[in-house]
Structure formats: structure tokens, C-alpha cells
Design a protein around this ligand. Structure first.
Ligand code: AHR
Length: 531
């Protein structure tokens, strides 16, 4: 049996309700479920909880980097509050420096004496790029928060030579000139480079390439990546995994063409999928992050639920080219994209983040769990101040968003072993489309406990899940719930948090079953301790 057909990603039509808009009810809808704790599935890579930080608006400058002379408390220029908040959610990996910015970035602009670094226009996102945050600052940042590195190289307006020199600058342990240059700039030891993205959105801002042209270019660049372990490069210092720029949304032709030509030369291929109001990127500004009409709740959550179908389409293609599943699918940009916050520069992509985004997050992480045999990394866009951010800053003030809190609740799933959870959800309506009212996933954590997460997207109705426990004798259950009275409840820098997880009192063990009373519009994560 294929893993996906066993997982508890809700989506059955076993129970039919009239869809969204039904009246709130005090009696929770009863849903049977079975958790197979004795049937371990794939590992849920910690990298599924990865982040993306681009030189865009206040994503890096002000958001992460304030400089060593700032009055905002910092360590070598990196904000202490932001670094501590990201460390607390165990961010496993940060993709940098873009995005589209990567396609115009020249790494030599960002090394050496800060005062001598060139100031350039950020042609994609407006504003000026000071280059104060470069290679050394990025690696300092990921080391401070305990994350691995994922560098996107410029393949669109650069050359294999420039890429090769950057890789050597980062990874060389030899007494060669480029490593000596790094040492002269203050870093003796090479850094550990985890992942290298070769190209970003090559079909769009990365050069508007055709898949055939990109596949050839990818082969050329990948040849000079000189990856440790690949042919002729058994002892190179550069051991980073190579990630090919993959498709947008459901573009399976891109996936097919690129894999056909270049599969042996990649370790992973990326996918970008953004949740926008009606699924059309050109209409992304037609929906606001806050103050939205009631029906926008379902419209956005439906678009988020489409991630499941998009992954299935690409996995079918990948399975043809790579039945052994050697190549990872990295969803290295995902998240909600709304109209920019009023009064902000549109190119800075600043938006608020509400309870609805919390549901998008939990639903999407549950989907990734269901696809963990192929999906090995995902990077939400973006970590700070941009799109569906973890953190919003305003000068010295900072807010942890509802999205942040869901990531915090899901940390026990990092490197946990997935467990099948059979459950079927009623469907909600978004126009002519429908999607599951809730989704769920379960895993045995590295702490030995069994963790169960439920994302209830139903704005009006709670559900009682009666989960038969197979293969585990649970003695204790405890957990957290995240919800709010308003669908657009959110947190503002400097103000008391309106949305944050609190202790969940709706879980109990009855005989051999776990009973969960899941409130409407909520995210619940519980842990089971074995008897
Ligand atoms: O995350 C913002 C932008 O979205 C990225 O720069 C680009 O890759 C994508 O189109």
C-alpha cells in the first residue's frame, strides 16, 4: 500500500454537510478514527519546517539585521529578539538570499569591509540594497538560531565561475587563495553548506526560460558545482545537496522535461505554490489579510488545500523518472499572498497574519506529512516581515504571528516517524469547489511520545474525534489549542498577543480510545504518553 493512501489526510466525503455557513452548534459532530501506532511510515523531515528569508522589504534589513551600532539589542548586527524567537521554534534551515533577488545577486558585493560594499538598486522589490548583510552575516545568523544553510545561487545573470567561487569561498578548507580571502575577512573555518539552489523560478524572474533551455543550463551549472561524492569529486569540501529550480503550481510539463534531461545531476527539485485568493497569482491583491468578508475564509483555505493535489501531480511524474525516490521534492516557497498592508510600499510584500493563516499553516504541514515519502523540505515565505511571516517587527517592537505559534506547536513532528491515522472529514464549500473541513496527522516523536495534530478549518462547527488507538496503550494525554473569537484575530508588534496557544482541555482517554473535542476554527496538537 502506498503511504499516502494510509495517512489521515482528511478528504473523504463519508459525511455530507451542507458546507460552510451552517449554524454553530453546541453538539460537536462525531467522527470515528483509527490511529495505527504499530505501522510506522516515513520520517517527517525537520526540513519540512524550513524558512525563507529574502532581501525584500524588511525581510532582512530591520527584520533580521539592524547592524552592530543599532540601539535595538543585537549580536554582531543580528536582532536578539528575532534570533531568539526563531531559535525557539527550532528553525531547521533558512533559504537565502532569494527568491527573485537571488537572480540578481552577486555574492562578492556582500563580503569585506562593510563601508566599502557597493549599494545597488533592488530591481525586483524596490529600495536600495546596502549589502551590509552578506555571506558572513547570513552564516552568523543561521549559526545563532541553530539552523542549516540553504543558499540560492544566481544562475540567471551570473556564470558557473561565479557560483564555483562562492562555493569555494564558503566550503574550502585548503590553503587556497579564495579560502585565504575568507580567512582575511574574519572566518577561519569553512562553513557547513547544507543545500544549494541552482536557479530560482527559472520559468519566471529567473530568466523566463523554457524547461528545455533551463534543463541544459542546469546541467552546465551542476557540472561545476563540484559536489563531494559525485563523479571526479570524491573529496571536495563542498557536500551541499543540489536543488534544481522546479515548477510553479501544477506545471507538470516543467517537472517532466527537467527530470528527463537532468535527473541524475540533482538531489532535489523545488516547487513553488502560493495560496492566493482565487488561485490566480495576478489576482493576489484582491484579498486582504485582515477585515475580509466571511466567504474569504473558505476561499483561502480551499486554495491552501490544493497543495495536496499539486503534490500528487508532481509526485506521479517524479515516480516515473525516479521510482527509488532518491530525488527530494522541496516546496521551497509556500504560503499566503494577500494585498499589501495599507500604507506600506507594495513591493515590500508586508501583510498581517491571522487565525486564518494559522489554519493554512497547520493544514499545509499536515499535507506535507502525508507526502513525506517524497517531500523532504519546505520553506515558508517568509521568515520575517514578508508575506506569511513568523515574525512582524516595527522598529524595536516585535510580534509572533499565529503562523509562528503553529510552527511552535508542530516542533514535536520534526524528524518524527509518521503514523497512519484513518479519518474522514466532511467537506466545506468554496464556490463550486470543496475541501475537507479538517485535516489531521500523527507521528511518533523523537521523544518517544505519539503526537496528534488536527487543523479544523470549519469556522462554524467543532468535531468530536473518537480515535481508536491501535498499537499503543496511552496513559496520559496533554496538549495545546490555538483559536480566537474572530476569524481575522492577529498579533501586533508591541501589543498583547490576541492569538496564542493555550492548554487544551478537550482531550481525554476513554477505554482504548482518544477522544478529542476540537473547537471550530482551531489548531490542536496533543501528545500521548504510553502506559
Ligand atoms: O517570496 C516572494 C517571491 O515570490 C520570490 O522572490 C519569488 O521566488 C516568488 O515569485
Amino acid at each position: 500500500m502506498v503511504w499516502k493512501s494510509m495517512i489521515a489526510l482528511a478528504g473523504g466525503a463519508a459525511i455530507s454537510l451542507s458546507g460552510a455557513g451552517h449554524a454553530a452548534t453546541s453538539a460537536p459532530f462525531q467522527i470515528p478514527a483509527v490511529l495505527h501506532a504499530d505501522q510506522p511510515g516515513p520520517v517527517l523531515s525537520r526540513h519540512l519546517q524550513g524558512q525563507f528569508a529574502e532581501h525584500l522589504g524588511a525581510g532582512v534589513y530591520d527584520g533580521i539585521w539592524v547592524g552592530p551600532d543599532s540601539a535595538i539589542p543585537n549580536t554582531r548586527g543580528i536582532r536578539n529578539d528575532v534570533a531568539a524567537a526563531l531559535k525557539a521554534i527550532k528553525v531547521p534551515v533558512v533559504r537565502w538570499p532569494g527568491g527573485c533577488f537571488a537572480d540578481i545577486y552577486h555574492w562578492r558585493d556582500g563580503i569585506g569591509a562593510a563601508a566599502k560594499r557597493p549599494v545597488r538598486k533592488n530591481d525586483w522589490w524596490s529600495g536600495l540594497e546596502s549589502n551590509a548583510f552578506g555571506t558572513h552575516e547570513y552564516f552568523d545568523f543561521v549559526e545563532q538560531i541553530g539552523a542549516e544553510s540553504y543558499v540560492a545561487i544566481n544562475m540567471a545573470t551570473s556564470t558557473p565561475s561565479e557560483m564555483r567561487e562562492w562555493m569555494d569561498y564558503i566550503t574550502s578548507s585548503a590553503k587556497d587563495s579564495i579560502a585565504d580571502e575568507r580567512r582575511a575577512n574574519g572566518r577561519q573555518e569553512p562553513w557547513k553548506l547544507g543545500f544549494v539552489g541552482i536557479g530560482n523560478e527559472a520559468w519566471g524572474c529567473g530568466g523566463a526560460q523554457t524547461p528545455e533551455y533551463f534543463a541544459n543550463e542546469y546541467r552546465r551549472f551542476a557540472t561545476f558545482m563540484h559536489r563531494n561524492g559525485s563523479t571526479f569529486h570524491m573529496h571536495n569540501d563542498n557536500a551541499a545537496l543540489r536543488v534544481a529550480s522546479g515548477p510553479n503550481n501544477d506545471d507538470v510539463a516543467w517537472m517532466d522535461t527537467v527530470l528527463k534531461s537532468a535527473a541524475p545531476m540533482m538531489d532535489a527539485i523545488s516547487l513553488h505554490y502560493y495560496t492566493v485568493f482565487d488561485g490566480k497569482w495576478e489576482n493576489r491583491d484582491k484579498a486582504g489579510a485582515t477585515g475580509f468578508p466571511a466567504d474569504h475564509w473558505n476561499h483561502i483555505l480551499y486554495q491552501a488545500s490544493r497543495m495536496d493535489g499539486v503534490l500528487r501531480m508532481h509526485e506521479a511524474v517524479m515516480d516515473r523518472h525516479d521510482p527509488q525516490k532518491r530525488i527530494g521534492l522541496y516546496v521551497d516557497e509556500w504560503g499566503t499572498w494577500y494585498a499589501p498592508e495599507a500604507g506600506t510600499e507594495p513591493g515590500f510584500l508586508r501583510q498581517q497574519n491571522t487565525l486564518r493563516d494559522a489554519l493554512v499553516t497547520a493544514m499545509t504541514l499536515n499535507i506535507f506529512h502525508a507526502h513525506a515519502d517524497r517531500v523532504k523540505m519546505a520553506n515558508i515565505a517568509q521568515a520575517v516581515n514578508v508575506l506569511q511571516a513568523m515574525i512582524l517587527t516595527d522598529g524595536a517592537k516585535m510580534a509572533r504571528t499565529p503562523t509562528y505559534h503553529v510552527f511552535a506547536m508542530y516542533t514535536p513532528f520534526q524528524d518524527a516517524t509518521a503514523l497512519p491515522l484513518e479519518v474522514s472529514a466532511p467537506m466545506l464549500k468554496s464556490g463550486a469547489n470543496s475541501f475537507p473541513a479538517f485535516s489531521a496527522s500523527a507521528a511518533r516523536g523523537k521523544d518517544g511520545r505519539v503526537h496528534v495534530a488536527v487543523a479544523n478549518a470549519d469556522a462554524d462547527r467543532g468535531y468530536r474525534l473518537s480515535v481508536k488507538l491501535d498499537g499503543i496503550r496511552a496513559g496520559k494525554v496533554s496538549g495545546q489549542v490555538l483559536t480566537a473569537a474572530q476569524t481575522d484575530a492577529h498579533n501586533v508588534p508591541g501589543a498583547a498577543e490576541q492569538v496564542r496557544p493555550v492548554r487544551f482541555d478537550g482531550a481525554k482517554l476513554v477505554g482504548g480510545a482518544l477522544v478529542l473535542d476540537i473547537p471550530e476554527k482551531s489548531v490542536v496538537v496533543v501528545a500521548l504518553d504510553q502506559n
